[in-house]
Design a protein around this ligand. Structure first.
Ligand code: AMP
Length: 401
């Protein structure tokens, strides 16, 4: 059997999976693991293999040490690169800028081009590049592929992609909407079309990726026509720790009157805002527990979250025209029935009706939660970005042979 090694490298962590690209979306990967707290004294490696969890704790100096430790542990467990037929290493890369709309087989020139996109994603692309460079060094005989989070949205209609900002400045600095979570929106929208028993091109839909980061996408006939994240993943819906859309004038105000530096405002908007900034927690399980204890901040945070979600939903129903399906995915979307019910409450006149019993079923695979008489189907479809990256990487490598 052939496998893909999928790597999602962050600033202080490397998540990895070994995936059979032909596997069913709901199947667990052969191996999954994470190296955490890279560069900190209490580094940790965790590997899940054959139903068992293996962990070790020790300082992990950098990404090279992290991936090295992980591969050594995989070899010791008998599921390392020398034990398996690995046909591709797939890397999640956050920002492809205007350059990458499709996955790319990685060579030195592609790495340089990903590096050129760093100004657009200063928090993400450097860590992605670290992961790529280390993995190419440790696994030199396997083709590496970059799969871009922005790729699915590369051909948004100009009216949705271009901001109403001075066009010369925008052109000089590549300021426009790129959109993110593309691998996830593409994956669940294809599954939704399959659940409707229709080709992608015949389906108009809205996909809601509600995790710690959150975004919505409007997809007409298989082509995205709008998405809520923008030049960066800060825009759009209220998220775990990010503001989503706010008046950009807030930034000038804080800079001029709160004595905050640009970096501090960046931290505030990206890490200390959203549900966490409003209620003190960003996990929706904790938020729900607080709401049940009548915590007013938690209740308000939840209402702001739902309000913003419904604004996007409403506008995307207009963008898409006839809507065939609305799909929830990611941690909150797959698991929080309250969010789903409140997001779609009182929309019967627009053809949307949830079945409360179906909505309350546990998250154990793709399912329909709309009532039989709902014109628009509502689905919950677990996302599986690693499987999607594995499939894209293996397909591209096969094409290149
Ligand atoms: P993700 O970014 O897709 O991994 O989603 C992570 C988020 O999903 C967490 O921060 C929680 O807010 C949410 N989440 C995960 N499991 C549950 C659950 N059982 N109920 C409600 N929310 C959940």
């Amino acid at each position: 059997m052939s496998y893909a090694f999928v790597i999602n490298s962050g600033s202080s962590s490397i998540k990895f999976q070994i995936v059979d690209p032909a596997a069913d979306a709901s199947e667990a990967p052969l191996v999954s693991g994470v190296v955490e707290q890279i560069g900190e004294p209490n580094g940790r490696l965790t590997v899940h293999y054959q139903g068992e969890k293996h962990s070790e704790q020790r300082p992990i100096a950098d990404h090279t040490a992290g991936l090295h430790t992980a591969i050594k542990r995989l070899e010791a467990l008998g599921c390392g690169p020398s034990d398996l037929h690995l046909v591709a290493v797939g890397h999640r890369v956050v920002h492809g800028g205007l350059v990458f709309s499709q996955p790319e087989v990685i060579n030195d020139q592609v790495v340089d081009m990903i590096r050129d996109q760093i100004p657009l994603a200063p928090l993400h692309n450097p860590a992605n590049i670290d992961g790529i460079e280390v993995a190419r060094e440790l696994l030199p005989d396997i083709p590496h592929v970059a799969v871009f989070d922005t790729g699915f949205f590369a051909h948004l209609p100009p009216a949705a992609a271009i901001y109403a900002i001075n066009k010369d400045v925008a052109g000089d600095h590549q300021v426009r909407r790129y959109g993110f979570h593309g691998t996830s929106h593409e994956f669940v929208s294809a599954q939704a079309a399959a659940m409707l028993d229709l080709p992608d091109a015949a389906v108009n839909q809205i996909t809601l990726h509600l995790g710690n980061g959150a975004s919505a996408a409007a997809i007409r006939g298989g082509e995205p026509v709008d998405t809520s994240m923008g030049m960066t993943p800060l825009a759009g819906l209220v998220m775990g720790t990010r503001t989503g859309d706010i008046d950009p004038g807030v930034i000038f105000h804080l800079y001029r009157h709160a004595g905050m530096s640009i970096d501090e405002i960046d931290q505030l908007l990206n890490k200390k805002s959203g549900v966490k900034g409003l209620a003190g927690v960003n996990d929706f399980r904790e938020l729900r527990a607080m709401i049940q204890e009548e915590d007013q901040d938690a209740w308000l945070a939840y209402n702001i979250y739902i309000h913003q979600l419904r604004r996007f939903l409403g506008s995307y129903m207009i963008s898409v025209g006839r809507v065939d399906a609305i799909t929830f995915t990611a941690g909150v979307g797959e698991n929080d029935r309250f969010v789903r019910a409140d997001a779609l409450a009182n929309l019967e006149m627009y053809g949307v009706k949830i079945d409360p019993e179906r909505n309350a079923l546990p998250n154990d695979g793709p399912r329909e939660i709309s009532a039989d008489d709902s014109q628009i189907k509502v689905f919950v479809i677990p996302t599986n970005e690693e499987l999607a990256i594995a499939q894209k990487s293996v397909a591209l490598v096969a094409d290149h042979r």
